[in-house]
Write a protein of this length. Structure first.
Length: 80
């Protein structure tokens, strides 16, 4: 076993990660934490976006592309 593999094994056993510490949660997540709907903060933010953005309260109002919606509610790294 190579030294790097042994070091990685030890890190895995002790739960050591190379990821930086978490920063403050995005505003979308913070605002969704106060609402107890049973859904994720991201889902709540998307629902709020559509409710607040509708003009006629009809299906498909408003229409948005996925990237535009993700940017509007502060979500990053959306995979379609």
């Amino acid at each position: 076993m190579a030294d790097a593999d042994i070091a990685q094994l030890i890190n895995d056993i002790y739960g050591v990660t190379r990821r930086p510490p978490r920063g403050q949660a995005p505003a979308t997540v913070q605002s969704g934490q106060a609402v107890q709907t049973g859904y994720s903060a991201a889902t709540n933010a998307i629902a709020r976006y559509f409710v607040d953005g509708t003009r006629n309260a009809l299906f498909g109002d408003p229409m948005r592309e996925v990237d535009e919606l993700a940017k509007a509610v502060g979500l990053r790294g959306v995979v379609c």
